[in-house]
Design a protein around this ligand. Structure first.
Ligand code: SAJ
Length: 427
């Protein structure tokens, strides 16, 4: 067991990636020191608690902290492996905000020792290791690839399945030099069951951006096809299901837009750096960003009070970052409508939400299913119906049991089908 100043692994950033990674290494027998610049986060984890929702995480963190294998603080301590897992959000002008990566790099300099490995996990623009982190290390006198090792190992876990995917996912490790990649891989091999692929740092940075951009472009295609189906008199969900029976086709799902801190953000890192070479990627972002406004445009004029089922950016998580539901709520409010939001999974809502389903649907003119939480299947439309002023439902995800809602008297409007009202007036 180590003391307060020695650890094998020091993880900078105790967020959605850093905390599960730190706790998982700790649960696998490594002495881990977690660092966060937010004292409240440090205090919460220090008492074995968590500040984010993720299935299984609380138990894991509690065990790791009580065994003494996971400690937390506001400053890095000496270690053999440093993992940088800090946010790389978008600025308002769609550029990567790298301040947290820069601060983390500077913060670890005073405790860096010969032979240490530094791994960047944060999703970053291509060239971040080479042009941003390496110069800082070298200015401090280190020789990357000789006296310290630097690699990018992008996180790839899916919120809601983080703990399982940390172990089972394949990992790509890109080193500044082959020795850097091998050095980082030795650590991850002791945790990960998936395959580990070694490459160079810039390739690894691009692999990560390619993965999320692939998904964003594919979802934009799905959203565009859904809009086509609405006027073509076809059902997108049927088109998608049947097209995907082709062995080389995998059309993603249409929806109310794309949220989260990854898919709606990462493609901009490519657009920012290579604006002349990324017209498709930019257009896909714009297509997906425009969907919330399309949903709002579809709301019948008579609907004065609108209920949103779901605030989180996707089903079964509490995370509301970049959620299309937030965009839909504020666009609806901008049209003068009253908006009520119900999301039983979200405990720290960024906008006001109703305390109960009853409160959210009372005297409502329209219910919009914005987030496919499994618990929404348990809603009994027959119980909701008498509380509302008008019985109308828009399902943006093809998620609810429409027959059941119709049987309770609801007019059901489904995104991607002619029942979606955006074009009703044009036909
Ligand atoms: N969405 C659709 N249609 C789809 C799939 C998703 O509209 O067919 C929407 C969702 O509703 C949501 C958004 O896209 O608003 C993103 O959800 P997601 O589940 O696709 O992805 P994230 O953001 O939770 O996690 C992604 C994952 N990347 C890939 O699947 C390629 C995850 O593995 C990454 O680790 C994560 O981004 C990240 O951190 O980059």
């Amino acid at each position: 067991m180590g003391n307060d100043t020695t650890s094998e692994i020091c993880v900078l950033g105790m967020g959605y990636i850093g905390l599960p990674t730190a706790a998982m290494f700790a649960a696998n027998g490594f002495r881990v020191h977690g660092v966060d610049t937010n004292p409240e986060v440090v205090a919460t984890i220090g008492r074995g608690d968590i500040h984010i929702e993720e299935p299984g995480l609380k138990t894991l963190v509690r065990g790791a902290v009580s065994s003494g294998m996971l400690r937390v603080g506001e400053e890095p301590v000496p270690a053999n492996l440093f993992i940088i897992a800090v946010p790389t959000p978008l600025t308002s002008d769609k550029k990567a905000d790298m301040r947290a990566v820069d601060a983390a790099t500077r913060a670890l300099l005073p405790v860096l020792r010969p032979g240490n490995t530094v791994v960047l996990e944060s999703t970053s623009p291509p060239g971040t290791c080479r042009n941003r982190i390496r110069p800082v290390l070298e200015a401090a006198g280190w020789k990357v690839g000789e006296t310290v090792f630097l690699a990018h190992c992008p996180e790839r876990v899916l919120p809601g399945r983080i703990l399982a995917e940390l172990i089972t996912n394949d990992r790509v490790i890109g080193g500044m030099t082959p020795a850097c990649a091998r050095s980082a891989a030795r650590w991850y091999a002791r945790l990960v069951d998936g395959e580990i692929f070694l490459t160079d740092a810039t390739t690894a940075e691009l692999v990560k951006l390619a993965e999320n951009t692939y998904r964003d472009v594919n979802i934009a295609l799905a959203n565009e096809l859904a809009s086509v189906c609405e006027v073509a008199g076809a059902n997108f969900w049927e088109v998608q299901r049947l097209a995907n029976r082709h062995p080389r086709v995998n059309i993603h799902r249409a929806g109310p837009g794309v949220g989260g801190h990854c898919i709606s953000v990462d493609p901009w890192f490519l657009v920012e750096m290579f604006p002349d070479r990324t017209p498709l990627i930019r257009t896909a972002r714009e297509v997906n960003d425009a969907v919330p406004a399309r949903v709002v445009a579809s709301v019948p004029g008579a609907a004065e009070t609108v209920t949103l089922l779901g605030l989180a950016f996707k089903g079964n998580v509490d995370d509301c970052r970049e959620s299309p539901a937030i965009a839909i709520a504020s666009l609806l409010e901008a049209t003068g409508r009253a908006v009520r939001v119900y999301d039983p999974l979200v405990h720290r809502p960024p906008v006001p939400i109703a305390a109960s389903l009853e409160e959210a649907v009372r005297d409502s003119d329209l219910i919009i299913l914005t987030t496919p939480h499994d618990v929404f299947h348990d809603i009994d439309p027959a119980r909701v119906a008498p509380l509302t002023r008008r019985r109308a439902l828009i399902d943006t995800h093809d998620f609810l049991d429409h027959e059941r809602w119709r049987a309770a008297g609801f007019d059901v409007m489904l995104r991607g089908t002619p029942s979606f009202p955006a074009y009703r007036d044009q036909r």
